[in-house]
Write a protein that binds this ligand. Structure first.
Ligand code: SF4
Length: 284
């Protein structure tokens, strides 16, 4: 996609391809604490090269616009669950799903844990300077065992009903499960007893209504997922190891951005890039 750099007045400004805030760039073997979010960990799993260029070399990749409709469902769900949290009452979705023994977890840090931009769940990785963070959508509690349940809200618009197994098996949802595994890992590492089953609260917009009429209607599903954190620590070790080295790793050969960049370079500079030229040459 085309992503223009803009200033605070929303006016286009020259894009440099580099990030400017030094504290967001990691120096190999640095001793000062450095935060790595769940999103960046996912980037590492998808393409170590892009993760490395971004976090260690300070490159500023093109972004994507916000998902404001999805964010709005999240925001409204949050209001519903907070009402139940305050009363310590089960949410309306719990009884029909055989979960009357659950309540939204009430904890003074809840707002911080949900703030993915500035806080989130926080865990230091072993004795390193790496601080892992992840902004969770919600946490519920089993009143029979006091175990905590990780919850992620998901909005989508697909024809027909959502089959829970198909939802989990969908290759496009692999990242969702990684997200859950990571949150469960953080919460456990923070000393909480985490229930083996997490839930995706899936809101599926109904596409077969006869018109919009100022209303978009949704079906709701609770999709249970048994998280697995056994693989996470090793991957984090590999990620930290990568951050502390000076060699740029290999790209993901399925990535259309890199393929585009490569073709861009060949087309715009058939005789090779002239580094004396000020014009933007290669994307990556
Ligand atoms: S393959 Fe290239 S563009 Fe794609 S994610 Fe990796 S480094 Fe980034």
């Amino acid at each position: 996609m085309i992503d223009l750099k803009r200033n605070s007045k929303k006016l286009p400004v020259k894009a440099t391809g580099c990030r400017t805030r030094a504290s967001s760039i990691y120096t190999p073997n640095q001793r000062e604490d450095f935060k790595v979010s769940r999103g960046k960990f996912s980037d590492f799993l998808t393409c170590p090269r892009c993760f490395y260029l971004n976090r260690v070399k300070g490159l500023d990749p093109p972004g994507t616009p916000g998902w404001t409709l999805n964010e709005t469902t999240d925001l409204l769900l949050k209001k519903e669950f907070d009402e139940c949290r305050e009363k310590q009452a089960p949410h309306r979705l719990f009884a029909p799903n055989g979960l009357s023994h659950l309540v939204p977890f009430d904890h003074p840090e809840m707002d911080n844990w949900r703030d993915s931009l500035h806080h989130g769940l926080i865990l230091r990785h072993k004795n390193s300077s790496i601080i892992l963070t992840g902004g969770v959508d919600d946490i519920w509690q089993d009143t029979r065992t006091n175990k905590l349940i990780v919850v992620d809200y998901k909005s989508q618009a697909k024809n027909g009903r959502v089959d829970k197994q198909d939802y989990l098996d969908d290759p496009y949802h692999e990242g969702y499960k990684i997200q859950m595994d990571f949150y469960a890992y953080l919460l456990s590492g923070m000393g909480f007893d985490v229930h083996q089953t997490a839930y995706f609260l899936v809101c599926n917009a109904k596409r077969d209504e006869d018109g919009f009429h100022q209303t978009m209607r949704f079906d709701e599903y609770l999709v249970p997922y048994n998280w697995n954190m056994s693989w996470i620590e090793e991957e984090i070790d590999d990620m930290v190891c990568l951050m502390n080295q000076n060699q740029i790793p290999e790209p993901n050969e399925s990535c259309k951005n890199c393929a585009y960049s490569d073709q861009y370079s060949r087309t715009v500079h058939p005789d090779g890039i002239d580094h004396g030229n000020d014009s933007q040459g290669s994307l990556f």
